[in-house]
Each structure stands twice: as C-alpha cells, then as structure tokens.
Ligand binder design. Sequence first.
Ligand SMILES: NC(=O)c1ccc[n+]([C@@H]2O[C@H](COP(=O)([O-])OP(=O)(O)OC[C@H]3O[C@@H](n4cnc5c(N)ncnc54)[C@H](OP(=O)(O)O)[C@@H]3O)[C@@H](O)[C@H]2O)c1
Length: 328
Amino acid sequence: MRAVTFARPGGPEVLVWGDAELAAPGPGEVVVEVHAAGINNADLLQRRGNYAVPEGASPILGLEVSGVVSALGTGVVAWAVGDEVCGLLAGGGYAERVVVPADLLLPVPAGVGLVAAAALPEAACTVYSNLAMTADLRPGQTLLVHGGGSGIGTFAIQWATAVGAHVVTTAGSDRKLARCLELGADTAVNYRTEDFVARTLEATGGRGADVVLDIVGGDYLARNLDALALDGHLVMIANPGGTRPPLDIGLLMNKRASVSATTLRARPHAQKAAIVAAVRAEVWPLVSAGRIRPVVDSVFPMDAAAAGHELLAGGGAVGKVLLAVPGR
Ligand SMILES: NC(=O)c1ccc[n+]([C@@H]2O[C@H](COP(=O)([O-])OP(=O)(O)OC[C@H]3O[C@@H](n4cnc5c(N)ncnc54)[C@H](OP(=O)(O)O)[C@@H]3O)[C@@H](O)[C@H]2O)c1
C-alpha cells in the first residue's frame, strides 16, 4: 500500500507518499480502507522528532481516520465489511489502509460525509473525556476554552453549547473570533489584545468559569486559576507555553480547585475504548442531530501532506485540516 512516510525527522518537506507495509489484522482488529485522516499537532511534533511513538504503535503518522471496513480479524462481530467508520488510532492513519482495534471505531454519524468524519474522533474523544468524564461540566455552568478556532476548540464550543453550558473562548484573530461566535460561544476574547481573566469574570458576574480547558500551559496556569470559579476544574491538554510554572497552592485551596492534565494517545487501550463507547453513546446523537458539525478548514491529498502540515503549523486554519487518499 501507499502511505506518507519520512526517513529522517525534519520540516514538512521530509514527508513522502511512498510504499509501506500493512500488518495483518490480529484478533479484535479490523482493516479500514482510509478515505481521510485528520492532521494533529502531535503529528507535527512526531515529524520533527519531538514525540516518541508509543510502544507497539505504527511509526506512520495519523491518529484518526475515516473510511470503509475491508477485512475483519478473528472475533470481531460489531462491524461488517463495507461499514463506513471513523476511528481513533495510536498511529498509522496517513495511509491507504490501516489496522484498527474494533472497539476504537465509531460509525460515520448520519448527515456527515465520509471524508469530513475524519475530523471527529480525536476532537470528540479529547473534548468529551476531559470536559465530561474528568471535569464534569454541567448544563448552566460556564466553560472557558482556549484556542476556540482550533480543531479541539471548535468541537468544544459546539459540544458545551449543545449540553447547555455557557462558553467563553479565546482566539488570536477577528476571523477566528467570529467563527467561534457562529459555533455558539457566548463570549469570544482576542487574547492578543484583551485580558481573558477580566473578560471571563465579566461574563460570569464575577464568579469565574466552572471549567477551563487549556492548550497553552506556562504562565496561563496562574491566569487560568484567577479565571476559575470556586469548586472549578482546570484541565490542561497541551503546554507550548512551558511545563514548570509556579503554582499558588493557597489559591488552589481557597478556590477548592481541581487541576487535571491528560494525553489521549498514551492512555491504555481499555481507557480509550471506554472513551470511544461514551462518545458513541453521549456525543454521536448530538452529531447525528446536526447540533455538532465537523469543522473542516481544508482537505489536502495525501501526496501533498506537507502543505497540510504547513497550514496547521502556521495557525491559519479554523477547525480541522484533513488529508484525503487520492482517487477515493
Ligand atoms: N492532550 C491531548 O490528549 C490532546 C489531544 C488533542 C490535541 N491536543 C493539543 O491541543 C492543542 C489543540 O489541538 P488542535 O489539534 O485543536 O490544534 P490546532 O487546530 O492546530 O490549533 C491550535 C490553535 O491554538 C491557537 N492558540 C495558540 N496559542 C493560543 C493562545 N495563547 N490562546 C488561545 N489560542 C491559542 C492558535 O490559533 P490562534 O492563535 O490564531 O487563535 C492555533 O491555531 C494542541 O496543542 C494539541 O497538541 C492535546
């Protein structure tokens, strides 16, 4: 089969659409003929040599795909050849074919195209596992989500709005702020020109946000805690701003605050399967009802994967950037 590979770490130019081997599906696994794969920041880090591939995972990039089931390993009863699916991977998505554990697959939701479905698994599983399963965001509460124009942010805004939460979000351009408001955010803050702590307190009558989803880290830790309500929960999923900021434990105690930090990719298989099952039960009905839509900025053919990586790295995309297998 063909896949996007790279012989040495480096810039987008190292990516090559060439030949690669596909392993046979083991028990409980299926083969998916890939139609599209989502590009994630972890792919960019891995391409640069800054993200170790988890043990046993494919070295080929790609943490989420959509496509059609073409073969079943022994013991798989939940799927049939020909099913249209999307799913979460530990790697291997930038390819014509990929082997996926059956319990990490989801059906393509009603009303969603087969290519666009590749925009959903990573965002849905990250958002739901952190905001619902970890931080327990409830109807009527307020979520502050940073990076509202990102793949994660566009999904988080829609999910939180759909479950009846209020949303404050941050982004770095007027175009992204406008899109965040269209997606349902109540307050959109330009973090380059405005103080998101003051805007969050203003939007909540001084209470602060009940849940904060952070993708920045570093000095955002202190500011996120300032923006957090009593009994609030800060969840961190990325740390480009730094990993060792000072932490005011007194403030944490006074606010009775909880702080969590997670990565999806490195979770044990059983945890990922539980998240996928919960997403299918709780989030997929909202997608099928049209209350959450995949937000796709651009689709590049896999043999132009470098252009997709450049777009995501440049910060110009609103929502997801996808790679489609040529000819499908
Ligand atoms: N831990 C996990 O399990 C997990 C899973 C998935 C993703 N992630 C991480 O979550 C982050 C978002 O993922 P993604 O795929 O959605 O990313 P993405 O689509 O590449 O978007 C990232 C966006 O964040 C915005 N941003 C950067 N600095 C910001 C700041 N200080 N305040 C607000 N927004 C800022 C940028 O847009 P503007 O600056 O133009 O607004 C950038 O385009 C990435 O760092 C990714 O690695 C973590």
